[in-house]
Design a protein around this ligand. Structure first.
Ligand code: SAH
Length: 250
């Protein structure tokens, strides 16, 4: 995973590797209306260093969570954190691509995925992962979403290039419906999930990251790309956020 060495180096110290927040993870859990005492089999796909995995394991005391990410370095951090919190016995880690998961049909009660499904595309993900869920099983996925009906060209062009699947929530609901889920809940992540929980802590790591990597061209390019993303978010935060979608498998 040499291609990812620098990205891992920049992100693995972060509490999160994408916008989100513990309070928002818990709001999403509440919207599932799951019984917190139930014995649940859960997968957290694209879990990073495990912000949501660890919180879910704490809140759902009889659950078992498989934490999936294709970067072993992130999973190593997750497992250390779980051990420290005394909940490692209810978490397994799986270094695997989200395209090719080893779960059996109808094995899971809950699939969780924060800030990660875009890596294979929202539609492909909800379609592919559906068979792992029991009937009435739940999917919780956050996905970059337009929150205004029309946007300035600068931000429209950026996202059309980066992730052409970006759309309005109404279209994301439609995709869930098309693939056999009933959308039962939705909210958008508030700005503090981007700025306080993700971008500010990342900005604080830029200098050390550049020092550690000798200000290499590649490291400078990564920082420049992150700075550009932050600039765009700050300028256009009335137009774009992550939507958190909760779907029940029909
Ligand atoms: N859910 C975490 C991490 C989000 S960042 C959080 O909210 O903090 C997206 C994560 O998806 C990263 O950890 C990245 O390593 C992982 N990822 C990207 N592409 C993947 C793939 N194809 N299969 C599995 N994981 C992937």
């Amino acid at each position: 995973m040499d291609d990812y060495k620098l990205l891992i180096d920049l992100h693995k110290q972060g509490h999160r590797q994408g916008p989100g927040g513990d309070a928002e993870t818990e709001i999403a859990l509440n919207l599932t209306m799951i019984d917190r005492n139930a014995r649940l089999k859960i997968a957290d796909i694209g879990c990073g260093t495990g912000a949501s995995t660890l919180l879910l394991a704490r809140l759902l005391k009889n659950s078992h969570i498989t934490a999936v990410d294709f970067l072993q370095d992130f999973l190593d951090v997750l497992i250390k954190r779980a051990e420290k919190a005394g909940i490692a016995n209810r978490i397994s880690s799986l270094a695997r691509s989200m395209e090719d998961l080893p779960f059996a049909n109808e094995e899971l009660d809950l699939i969780w995925s924060e800030g990660a499904i875009y890596n294979i595309g929202f539609e492909k993900g909800v379609k592919k992962w559906r068979r792992y869920l029991k009937t009435n099983g739940l999917l919780v996925a956050s996905e970059i979403t337009w929150i205004s009906d029309s946007r300035p060209a600068e931000i429209q062009t950026h996202w059309d290039k980066e992730y052409p699947e970006i759309d309005l929530a109404s279209q994301k609901f439609r995709i869930l419906e098309k693939h056999g889920y009933s959308p039962i809940g939705y909210f958008i992540l508030p700005q503090h999930c981007w700025l306080d929980a993700y971008y500010r802590p990342m900005q604080d790591r830029f200098d050390d990251f550049l020092d550690r990597n000798g200000n290499s061209k590649e490291a400078c390019e990564i920082v420049a790309a992150e700075k550009h993303e932050i600039y765009l978010y700050e300028k256009f935060k009335e137009h774009v956020s992550y939507g958190v979608y909760i779907g029940r498998k029909l």
